[in-house]
Ligand binder design. Structure first.
Ligand code: PSV
Ligand code: MN
Length: 430
């Protein structure tokens, strides 16, 4: 396909904004210098920041009620990669893709890897799917997968995860994320501890199939699709499972998978302390697992999560290397725009957290000066780091203003004929 975003096109778009950017960047450099912060060092870290795009996020999502298809939706992994390449080219913050199987299976997985290589895209954690039945599959997951009461169903689910590892090996991925929707809709439906024991048994079989240099990310979620009880429902059960399985297993935090008002940044801190933080599925939410765009509802929470992450980086916590992935559902926006925006919002939280005066904060904590401790965080949070993000993007060949650059390129309009409208207007979470 023809990528409309040539280097020339992006530079022409940037030309309209680069003088203003230089002025804003210089002004911010002065402000930060007064706080003994070297803007160039911060910009360098912004340039090194990366968050993976979920392959499923580039298609238009839906709810239980309906799905309203978007324009020129990608129909297979190759077209999804084309869209991911646009996101990365303009944002310069998403060099990897996190695939979901079997949605992203192709006849020739080597061709998928080569296509990604050609577009400059690498691969992050792969995801298995035992929360849906696939056509031709012998056993149904209606009553569970890795935790099903019937051993034959569990074996089928284990085998799917092993197949995922094989596809991931071809792509060059190094981690498998397991999330199961298994649980119960009625009190009494499921024996809690037996179900968890079955989960552990199945997960051990998957764990044994991991190559030496692979990690197993376990993802918990409080509810949905099970509405009374979910087998791996919270970070407590999650870390217990990760500890049972071994060093290669750790806990993945999806920001939408907690009870309302839970202190997620504190969970992050605990997982870091016990060396069990796998990484994140970033998104935002108001009520439940809303899968809204990162930073759109509660940007302060995202900043506070990054405060913990930057603290771990600052203190050189051994083995600290969390995976950053987006996991969102875009129901009313062009997914490309949402993902560009979201990557920048996650990056923004990271950069703001870098501005926290840690020594001052530790001093206020030790001296029990609650107000000044809070103000130290707020000073960083209230700093507009947009010029750092824009400068980092521009210097890497991306767009100063990626959304207006994307709109000027009319990317999707140019693909309407090649990607006919999807007939799938039914409901669907992803
Ligand atoms: C489940 O809600 C989840 O967060 C898991 O990560 C899935 O893999 C993903 O969404 C897509 O359904
Ligand atoms: Mn998730």
């Amino acid at each position: 396909m023809n990528n409309p975003f040539s280097t020339d096109f992006i530079s022409t778009q940037n030309a309209a904004a680069d003088q203003a950017l230089t002025a804003d960047y210089d002004a911010l450099a002065n402000t930060l210098a007064r706080r003994n912060i070297d803007i160039e060092a911060i910009k360098q870290q912004a340039k090194n920041f990366a968050v993976a795009v979920p392959s499923w996020g580039v298609g238009t999502g839906g709810t239980r009620f309906a799905r309203f298809p978007g324009v020129a939706e990608p129909r297979n992994i190759f077209e999804k990669l084309d869209d991911c390449a646009v996101i990365n080219q303009l944002s310069q913050a998403t060099p990897t893709v996190s695939p979901h199987f079997p949605w992203d299976v192709a006849d020739d997985m080597r061709a998928v890897r080569e296509y990604g290589d050609k577009l400059g895209l690498g691969w992050d954690a792969i995801n298995s799917n035992t929360f849906q039945d696939q056509s031709g599959q012998p056993h149904s997951y209606k009553f569970g997968s890795l935790t099903h009461t019937d051993a034959a169903v569990r074996e089928q689910a284990v085998q799917h995860n092993i197949d995922c590892i094989e596809w991931g090996k071809i792509l060059g991925s190094r981690a498998l994320t397991i999330w199961v929707g298994d649980g119960a809709n009625f009190p009494g439906q499921q024996h809690f501890s037996r179900a968890l024991e079955r989960y552990l048994d199945s997960a051990r079989s998957v764990y044994r199939a991991l190559p030496d240099d692979w990690q197993l990310f376990l993802e918990h979620k409080m509810f949905e699709p099970a509405f009374y009880a979910t087998v791996v429902q919270d970070w407590g059960t999650n870390i217990l499972c990760a500890m049972e399985l071994g060093d290669k297993a750790s806990s993945l935090v999806d920001l939408g998978h907690h009870a309302p008002n839970v202190n997620i940044e504190m969970i992050v801190s605990r997982l870091i302390q016990f060396r069990k933080l796998a990484g994140f599925h970033f998104n935002d939410s108001k009520y439940g697992d809303d899968d809204l765009d990162s930073g759109s509802i509660n940007p302060y929470q995202l900043f506070l999560v990054f405060n913990e992450l930057v603290d771990a980086q600052h203190n050189r916590v051994e083995g600290f290397n969390p995976a950053y992935l987006l996991d969102q559902s875009h129901n009313v926006t062009d997914p490309i725009e949402s993902l560009i925006n979201s990557a920048a919002e996650v990056q923004r939280s990271f950069v703001k957290a870098l501005l926290i005066d840690r020594d001052a904060l530790y001093g206020f904590q030790d001296g029990n000066d609650a107000l000044m401790a809070s103000n130290t965080l707020k000073l960083a949070y209230n700093t507009d780091v947009s010029p750092i993000l824009a400068m980092a993007r521009m210097e890497k060949g991306g767009a100063i203003d990626p959304i207006s650059c994307y709109r000027a390129g009319h990317y999707k309009a140019g693909l309407v004929a090649a990607r006919p409208a999807s007939q799938n207007a039914g409901s669907g979470i992803v």
